[in-house]
Design a protein around this ligand. Sequence first.
Ligand code: ADP
Ligand code: MG
Length: 404
Amino acid sequence: MNADILNKGCVESGRDAVIAKFEKRFNCNPDFVSIAPGRVNLIGGHVDYNGGLVLPMAVDRHTFIAGAKGEEAGILTVHSIRENESFVVDLACPMSPAQPNWTNYVRGVVHGFLSRGIELPGLNMLIDSTIPSGSGLSSSASLEVATAGILEAASGVMLKGNEKPKLCQQAEHEFANVPCGIMDQFSVTFAKREHMLLLDCRDESIEQVAFDHEHLALAVINSQVRHELSQSEYAMRRESCESISTTLGLESLRELTWNRLEQSRGQLDELSFLRAEHVVRENERTLEFVHYMKNADWFQAGEMLYQSHASLREKFQVSCAELDELVDAARQVGLTGGVLGARMTGAGFGGCVIMLVEREKASDVVSKIVEDYNRSGATLSRPRASGFVAESAEGAQVIKCAVG
Ligand code: ADP
Ligand code: MG
């Protein structure tokens, strides 16, 4: 446990490791290394696909892709260390989703470049990662954006403005068949170290908000749980929000006001009402959280996290017993132990809980909560949790490797 806390995701060591692995596999030096972080969403749960306000921060866990022009023109060879698997694509043939599924995150991005008429040379790529996958830290968007970085470097065509995250989102929709919002790809692309990214998913505007690293830290506890229904429930929540908007004649739930919601009691069933209530209040909470963080009112900021979790549990119903237990444990440790607030992050039904903690107590908090949780779960057949103190990270970047 302690080893995991101390073993911070380090960009330099990850970069050196992916270069060494590339050289071993492909017998040549890479031309480029593309690095993209994972992210946590501090607040604004399940509002991104409702045109809402979210507050992600990139964290120091990364996807590293080393790439070099290959000997065979028009042939792309990709290897994932995590999957211990390779696949080969003929760039001259039409690209479509295929098995195994992880390859679709890469195929979709390649397709995005080709469909924009961007010519790609033959390429060898090796993917390495320090982001746990399927835990809500957005290893998928990180993989897509890192892939786009390598393809930009190899083709010499840089995508402008929002085009890169949009291309990556489309890849996830059309190739991985996941109807995600724009938050993950935007935060992985545009994040700044020591900042949270206030993203308005309606007009795609961004404000960088400072995160006070001197006094605060963010703890991430990974429950390692992923309940089966996670993907289907996510799709159902999206559909339900869209259907509420249609019923109320709104573009999206972002347009919903408290007045309009009150008037709609007769039009919505009980569950839809709760879902809508969560979205309206959660958007307000994001802005309130930002306000409190800017004013160093960390106690109130923490309260917003607890409230967000309660609403996701009771109104949006996307939490699970393991996440609730971890958030309760954070409350138990409380202010005296250095915990200001906690909530589930990501889509829910497993994955991670984030905790806003006093920096000097952060490691102790993580150790205590993880140890207690694992002890209390020793007789249950549930995975052991792990945790780390996350440092904020810079958005995606590509490094040109020195020749020789
Ligand atoms: P999250 O984005 O929260 O980690 P997702 O289910 O959206 O969870 O994405 C996880 C999927 O992304 C994995 O199951 C795998 O298909 C793909 N993926 C992520 N990282 C890698 C990697 N290093 N190598 C291969 N596939 C990866
Ligand atoms: Mg994902």
